[in-house]
Design a protein around this ligand. Structure first.
Ligand SMILES: [Zn+2]
Length: 269
């Protein structure tokens, strides 16, 4: 990706495989390609993961991430094992550059049985990533109450299992101290269009090194300004990069170039 001058931006976390794009996916992909945006298309369950692989096979400038999102976890243990095995099989495909999105989400589900199931499938996916030497695409979201710190638990699990290819903490929403711990474990952090209208990410963006930052849209969700409230798409990642540069007070071209290098290094693309 990095050597091909066509690609000037990266959307490190997009969901172009989902039904929101069924009616006009080709037009969305064309706009991304015209803007020079390389896309990392992320699955949230088995079927969206398979769609991500199919899209990556069909299109230049798209790679796939396969995994099970923490809100999509089967509560039955046998189902989790079967799912883990199926995931391991498709994760070997050459279009698959990372495993996820996976992790812990205590915001949507925080009862103890669900948390146990989340942790189990998260560990399974860490092991798949480690065995295949592919990075992880993390989704970690804290719950509201006490003892709901998903970042703290994820960091604990990762520091025990030490997945060798590291990964990226998508839509990072932890503290600066947690950000530094992810970085120590070999992770980058990616930021969405939320940074264009919410100021609570500024301190973290300012205080982490440029070589640990990635840009993403998480489309179709959270469109950046000036598209806020509309369906998001990969071409809008250009606005995220502009804001990262403004917040860090570094020239936009420097930030853009660094992000391309970071993605190339992490995902081996
Ligand atoms: Zn996502």
């Amino acid at each position: 990706m990095e050597k091909n001058k066509k690609w000037r931006y990266i959307d490190a976390h997009a969901h172009i495989n989902i039904a929101d794009f069924d009616a006009d996916r080709d037009a969305v992909l064309l706009r991304a390609s015209e803007a020079g945006v390389y896309i990392i298309d992320v699955g949230v369950d088995l079927s969206t993961s398979e769609k991500a692989i199919a899209l990556a096979k069909k299109n230049d400038g798209i790679k796939a991430v396969v995994g099970v999102h923490p809100t999509e976890i089967p509560l039955n243990e046998k189902d989790r094992l079967v799912l883990g095995e199926k995931l391991r099989a498709i994760a070997k495909e050459s279009e698959v550059i990372a495993i996820g999105e996976c992790g812990l989400d205590y915001f949507h589900n925080d009862d103890e049985i669900n948390k146990l199931a989340q942790r189990e499938l998260f560990e399974m996916q860490i092991d798949i990533a480690h065995d295949l030497n592919k990075p992880l695409m993390l989704h970690i979201r804290n719950g509201k109450g006490r003892n709901q710190n998903a970042n703290e638990e994820a960091l604990e699990i990762l520091s025990i299992r030490k997945p060798k290819a590291g990964g990226n903490a998508h839509f990072f929403s932890g503290t600066l101290e947690e950000a530094k711990r992810y970085i120590e474990l070999g992770f980058t952090l990616s930021f969405t269009g939320v940074i264009t209208f919410a100021r609570n990410y500024d301190e973290i963006i300012k205080n982490i090194p440029l070589d640990k930052i990635l840009s993403e849209t998480d489309c179709p969700f959270v469109a950046p300004l000036p598209y806020r409230g509309k369906r998001n798409e990969p071409a809008y990642v250009v606005a995220v990069v502009k804001w990262l540069a403004d917040i860090k007070e570094i020239p936009e071209e420097t930030v853009r170039g660094a992000i391309m290098k970071n993605a190339s290094r992490l995902f081996k693309i």
